[in-house]
Design a protein around this ligand. Structure first.
Ligand code: ATP
Length: 403
């Protein structure tokens, strides 16, 4: 079980390298609001260019659901990459065929051609392996070798993540190598206390993670949109906050297991309750015992952890030796509800040990709130992927390159 790295591909001079990246950046119209994933792709691209390879790069962007939708074009990404890249960067909206092969023919070593959004073709995410293999073979037709470096998608069994790697000699790029290196430190023998902080909005995705993490961690800190399901499991009312009612019983089970395993689960003692989901919504801080007793009654929505919780969470984080954080503590995109996320991010920068930020939104949050990447031990480019790695699940995109 070890990753095939770039060295395994041999001499790449003059070869066409198909490179699966995760360039799924947040966009406001056509403006990229956080280009972290583009920067994260550069080390592998530079190494391939230095070897004289022609680069055919590919990625998904958003969820266009199998149709060509200009709103999800990778053109803004190509433009940004062009500013950072020494050679030529061109882009097409297709994945194979004459347009792609004649571009690949014309390219000089070190140039980059970006294919169309992979999810413009429904075969990319098809449940049918034969359809995925067919799509992968079409992409592979212009490639001599394949490099897999989209860490954010390695937990998905998709054509460009699995079947493409099987169609040509393939290896993991430097980003995947680095991600796996750091995350392996967390699944090995992390220095203790080991704390995992979970937040964000993908409630059902993340609740399941709790159970998998219980045997490994000392502290589990829970905030963000997912916390309200936990609070309801503990018997609190949560107004109109995000909730997955059908998960409440499951969560009760996790809480009991945590107690048996000696894991401390930290939930907020206070919440910022707002009149609605808006940047300028009126709001007030309420104790968890009385979230429906305020001005907005049962209509109130919890959009951030309160100041007492933020301080308590920061304290747990600061006094840990290993911390993994996935998911913002509140709706950090709205300034009025960013304080909890800011407090936890700040505490992470003070950890005397290894601090890892996992997830596109968490990474975007730390940058938006003015922190530097260097203040953290590692910022992972994959939210779901890093969580599944920590859970110890088999990840198809890593298995495809030897892991
Ligand atoms: P990814 O999995 O894409 O890498 P992530 O794991 O970092 O991202 P998500 O689960 O996508 O994070 O959650 C991020 C979103 O959660 C943010 O847009 C934030 O506004 C939202 N969020 C946080 N707290 C709340 C809340 N209390 N109510 C509603 N939404 C919330």
């Amino acid at each position: 079980m070890s990753l095939r790295t770039l060295e395994s591909l041999g001499d790449l001079n003059g070869q066409v390298a198909g490179v699966r990246l995760d360039l799924n950046v947040p966009l406001d119209g056509t403006t990229i609001t956080d280009d972290g994933r583009i920067h994260a792709a550069l080390p592998t691209l530079r190494e391939l260019a230095a070897q004289g390879a022609k680069i055919v790069a590919m990625s998904h962007l958003g969820r266009p659901d199998g149709t060509v939708d200009p709103q999800y074009s990778l053109k803004p990404v190509a433009a940004r990459l062009g500013e950072l890249w020494e050679g030529a960067v061109t882009s097409v909206e297709s994945h194979s065929g004459d347009e792609v092969s004649s571009e690949a023919e014309r390219m000089n070593p070190g140039d980059i051609l970006i294919l169309g959004n992979l999810r413009f073709d429904s075969r990319e995410t098809s449940k049918d392996a034969a359809e995925r293999a067919e799509f992968a073979a079409e992409i592979a037709s212009v490639c001599d070798v394949v490099v897999s470096d989209g860490f954010g998608v390695v937990h998905r069994a998709q054509a460009s993540v699995v079947e493409l790697e099987a169609a040509r000699p393939s290896a993991a790029g430097r980003l995947i190598e680095k991600e796996v290196g750091v995350l392996s430190q967390l699944t090995g023998e992390p220095e203790r206390p080991y704390t995992v902080v979970l937040g964000g909005s993908k409630v059902s995705d993340k609740l399941g993670v709790i159970e998998a993490l219980l045997p490994h961690v000392d502290n589990l800190v829970i905030g963000g949109g997912m916390v309200f399901t936990v609070l309801q499991a503990q018997g609190f009312q949560t107004g109109s906050s995000l909730l997955e009612k059908d998960q409440i019983d499951t969560v009760k089970g996790y809480l009991a297991k945590a107690q048996e395993a000696g894991v401390t689960i930290h939930v907020p003692v206070d919440i910022v309750m707002a009149s609605g989901f808006a940047p300028d919504a009126e709001h007030e801080v309420l104790p968890v015992e009385a979230l429906e007793s305020g001005r907005f009654g049962s209509q109130a929505m919890g959009l951030d952890i309160g100041p007492a919780s933020a301080e308590a969470f920061a304290q747990v984080v600061r006094s840990s030796k290993t911390v993994f954080w996935n998911g913002p503590m509140g709706v950090f995109e709205f300034d009025a509800f960013a304080a909890g996320t800011r407090a936890v991010a700040g505490a992470l920068t003070e950890v005397d040990g290894l601090s890892v930020v996992g997830g596109g939104d968490s990474a975007a949050a730390v940058r938006l709130l003015g922190f530097d990447d260097e203040q953290f031990g590692h910022i992972s480019t994959g939210g779901g992927a890093s969580l599944e790695f920590l859970e110890g699940r088999a990840l198809p995109g890593l298995e495809a390159v030897g892991w």
